[in-house]
Design a protein around this ligand. Sequence first.
Ligand code: GRF
Length: 197
Amino acid sequence: MGNKRLVVLVSGEGSNLSALLAAELGGRVELVVSDRPGVGALERARGAGVPTATVILEDCPDRATWDHALLDMVSSPEPDLVVLAGFRRILAPSLVRRFRVLNVHPSLLPAFPGNRAVEQALAWGVKLTGVSVHFVDEQVDHGPIVAQQVVAVEPGDTPATLHARIKQVEHRLLPHCVALACQGRLHVEGRRVTVLG
Ligand code: GRF
């Protein structure tokens, strides 16, 4: 296990979190932060003995207060890298500018950004979709792409069956990219990410 410090942000089931916790990353997950109480991801973190926190928008008087509380919470372990593993809110520019942030998205960006990417791809009738891991910038699902992998749409796929196959790919690709980041092997120039060494 390496010495990089990671914070993982979650909102849901947490299968990508589990993949990260099971992988050899060259870093340690110091804290898992959720914007929702009672989600599976928090249970998974606790089960692995990782500290957790929740920062809930509905508990804050306004969005700016929530943004500030999230920034404070994420900053507390002084992470080298922040990973969005199924986090369903847009980060404030203050957080994005302060930390390197990676996100996993269930489509081949720039196709189908935003919510319900799997449903959008099925509705469009694409034959190929997939997974993108990218750095986060101030726009939604927009930052420089680290890696992508294709998943074929099968006849008879539903959003659930397609998403299940996409998640299998996510569970390999996200830890791989996080490990590269922990090893300092991701060089970003404009929109282009090069893997060093
Ligand atoms: C993943 O498909 C991810 O790409 C998307 O949200 C889903 C999270 O799943 N952003 P899980 O919570 O990691 O199981």
